[in-house]
Design a protein around this ligand. Structure first.
Ligand code: AMP
Length: 502
């Protein structure tokens, strides 16, 4: 098996782009898949995002398309030759970004189309002509119907995260899209699992595929220090702040189970002076991309998110992950904490366990195959909310039963019933087999994006520059303008309604 990119004889333009990425050797999925795709074979790959899968299919596809490369400005000279389908907008955006990087020294063009965004700019890009089209199925069908793109010259199709596409209910859309494509083509299917449905899909659309599997497991990285603290719901926020401060953590993910809970927590942390942004399915696409970007660039310290952010997103390793809520699906725990402790770097995963989490903790123990010890945490006396006891001292093991307060139960129900991001709802609906954490072996270690002298917002005495206001809060000026006044009280800015998904 080849290990070095130089052994692949890629065109110099592609080799240059790979060299610029700083990759030293191929990841296991790349070493196995690239030579096979270069031969034009169909592939059925078991691998998920984080394993280097995008390069595993993009590099050989670009290489094969190099024979068509041309600098003509005519759209006709740039027909869609490779179609990459993904289940969510974030993943589509992420893959498209990588395709652009790998193709940057070639004349091969690429673009991405996904829902939740205006169709016009996408249409303009499509009409200019692109060789590689990355898309989510629904929006692609919209463009096909609007005759914005022609797919009769497609030679390569990638069905990426195919299991998730089926979970979400994209099968009819996929079938329709595939029916528009030439029969003579190379088809690559990537999925975390080879369920019977995936096998059926593969049987229908793949020809004599080479099966490639990279190791997967439900194990969590040994470099992640995991703690499970008994914490009463009302103490979770002060405990979170205390741990951030005591451990000198610079950036962290904070996972919650519901969209409403996510928005609410981000708002209250923001109000308490922590530089926070929220990422959940009710945010518009634009807001979600901005939130991710703000976190990636270090403009915000805390990313409060639902599991929409746990799977697949290629956010560089972070020092700490907090499970503000124990996830409903045990597998999500593995994904969440897989965001930290990669590539041998040390990471911290802290989970807050309240009395009503007995069943979820039981599921987690089953999945991880070990007993999880609950620890008690001493909350600094002056940080404890007035008049409260830390009744989270009750061990979940002692069978407290479901003591969820009515308010919270209603919130969870509402969150499930409100129109969720498709991918997010899937985790509630489908008891799918576990997906493995990102392969930590090759990912880059965490590089703090904050300048060394910049203190995170939970450090005492930290002044937050106004330019670093999180996207949760509009500047006072903007809100004031809405009310046609010169000055608006700060509280108006903070009670801004959550935007809904378009
Ligand atoms: P993917 O699984 O395609 O989402 O890739 C996950 C991350 O791995 C991305 O940030 C890639 O840039 C990075 N990556 C891909 N291939 C390699 C490689 N051979 N060596 C190091 N990093 C890589």
């Amino acid at each position: 098996m080849t290990q070095s990119f130089s052994e692949l004889s890629l065109s110099p333009a592609i080799e240059r782009a790979v060299a610029e990425m700083g990759y030293e050797s191929m990841t296991p999925i790349q070493a196995q898949a690239i030579p096979v795709v270069l031969q034009g074979r169909d592939v059925m790959g078991a691998a998920q995002t984080g394993t280097g899968k995008t390069a595993a299919f993009t590099l050989p596809l670009l290489q094969r398309m190099m024979k068509h490369e041309n600098a003509s400005t005519s759209p006709a000279r740039h027909p869609v030759r490779a179609l990459v389908l993904l289940p969510t907008r974030e993943l589509a955006d992420q893959v498209a970004e990588q395709v652009k990087l790998y193709a940057k020294y070639t004349h091969l063009r690429s673009t991405v189309v996904f829902g939740g965004m205006d169709m016009k700019p996408q249409t303009a890009e499509l009409k200019k002509g692109v060789e590689v089209l990355v898309a989510t199925p629904g929006r692609l069908l919209d463009h096909i119907e609007a005759k914005n793109c022609v797919l009769n010259q497609v030679e390569y199709v990638v069905l990426d995260e195919a299991d998730r596409m089926l979970d979400i209910g994209f099968l009819p859309d996929l079938q329709r899209i595939l029916s528009y494509l030439p029969k003579q083509r190379t088809t690559l299917l990537f999925s975390a699992t080879f369920s019977p449905e995936i096998k059926r899909l593969a049987n229908s659309y793949l020809k004599d595929p080479v099966t490639i599997e990279v190791a997967r497991s439900n194990a969590t990285a040994s470099t992640v220090e995991q703690h499970f603290y008994r914490v009463d719901d009302d103490d979770k926020r002060p405990v979170l702040k205390q741990i951030l401060r005591e451990r000198g953590i610079k950036q962290a993910f904070v996972f919650v189970n519901s969209k409403l809970g996510c928005a609410r927590l981000a708002r209250s942390l923001e109000r308490e002076g922590l530089n926070t942004t929220a990422l959940h399915g009710d945010k518009s696409q634009d807001e979600r991309l901005k939130a991710l970007d703000a976190f990636k660039t270090g403009a915000v310290d805390l990313l409060v998110c639902t599991d929409v952010a746990a799977r697949g997103l290629d956010i560089k390793d972070v020092p700490a992950v907090f499970n503000f809520d124990i996830p409903f699906n045990a597998e999500d725990y593995v994904h969440r904490i897989g965001r930290t402790g990669r590539a041998g770097a040390s990471g911290l995963a802290v989970s807050f366990v309240s009395g009503r989490d007995a069943r979820l903790m039981g599921d987690l123990e089953k999945l991880l195959g070990k007993k999880l010890e609950l620890e008690a945490l001493e909350l600094e006396a002056d940080r404890r909310p007035a008049g409260r006891f830390n009744d989270g001292q009750r061990a979940w093991q002692q069978g407290d039963g479901d003591e969820r307060p009515a308010r919270e139960a209603r919130e969870v129900r509402e969150a499930r019933e409100s129109r969720p991001l498709r991918s997010e709802s899937a985790s509630f609906r489908s008891p799918r087999p576990a997906r493995a954490p990102a392969d930590p072996l090759f990912d880059k270690p965490y590089e703090p994006s904050l300048a060394p002298d910049v203190q995170p917002s939970w450090e005492p005495g930290t002044q937050r520059p106004t330019s670093r206001l999180s996207p949760n809060i509009k500047s006072r000026k903007k809100v004031a303008a809405l009310f046609k006044r010169t000055e608006a009280p700060a509280v108006e800015a903070q009670t801004e309604a959550e935007p809904s998904e378009r």
